[in-house]
Design a protein around this ligand. Structure first.
Ligand code: GTP
Ligand code: MG
Length: 212
């Protein structure tokens, strides 16, 4: 899980974003990758894409977060079992303004459970929290998340709400779980990693996308 980058240890964390078409997976990942949000014409994801960014967890440790962006449309959904298997975490995304995408969450979780490692860290993400007319309330989304035993986050890719903190939660959980399961290559995460708190190297990499 560790690699050496410019003499520093760099942990790699791979995540996966799943959910119906049009829920905003690409927009969320673009926001995380520091690419501008745009309401311009929608381009569906075909196959797989990936976003990378280096975040720092403390003075000495950096984490290269790679998030696989998947296609919500069935005919373009080409995620292989290998991709599921290499990920430590997955976010199942629905659109707070589209009830059907919320109802389909169970099918995405089922797909995840069938393909991903049993210990994969999961969360439910209700995106487009900025919109005025919702079709899903926070309370019902929280109930479903509780039933599925997943934490629930509400995000908005358009205004940048909770995007970094959702990824920071994953980084914390994945690193804590790796720390618990190995005696070597230990890292200490005393505080929630701040993805805003990139070091100079991380900032440079975030602009040009990291090489890890
Ligand atoms: N209001 C609002 N619109 C959003 C938000 N996130 C995404 N959108 C819009 O929703 C549309 C779909 O976003 P995408 O990110 O392409 O959706 P996707 O889930 O990647 O779709 P597929 O690639 O087809 O699976 C685009 O027009 C985005 O501009 C958000 O947080 N708020
Ligand atoms: Mg997409």
């Amino acid at each position: 899980m560790w690699s050496i980058n410019d003499g520093k240890k760099l942990r790699n964390v791979e995540l996966l974003a799943l959910g119906d078409r049009y829920v905003g997976k690409t927009a969320l990942l673009r926001r995380f990758g520091r690419q501008p949000f745009t309401f311009e014409s929608y381009h569906t994801t075909v196959g797989l894409d990936i976003v990378r960014r280096v975040v720092s967890t403390d003075k000495d440790n950096s984490v290269c977060v790679k998030i696989w962006d998947t296609a919500g449309q069935e005919r373009f959904h080409t995620v292989t079992r290998t991709v599921y298997q290499r990920c430590s975490g997955a976010m199942v995304v629905f659109d707070l303004g589209n009830r059907q995408s919320f109802l389909n969450v169970h099918a995405w979780v089922e797909r995840l459970n069938q393909n991903a490692p049993a210990n994969i860290i999961k969360c439910l993400v209700g995106n487009k929290a900025d919109i005025a007319e919702r079709e899903v309330t926070t309370e019902e989304a929280q109930k479903v998340a509780e039933f599925l035993d997943m934490p629930y986050f509400e995000t908005s890719a358009s205004v940048g709400m909770n995007v970094d903190s959702t990824v920071a939660w994953f980084v914390q959980e994945v690193c804590a779980s790796a720390e618990a399961s190995t005696d070597s290559d230990r890292t200490t995460l005393s505080t929630m990693p701040s993805v805003e708190d990139l070091g100079a190297e991380g900032k440079r990499k975030a602009r040009s996308s990291c090489a890890c």
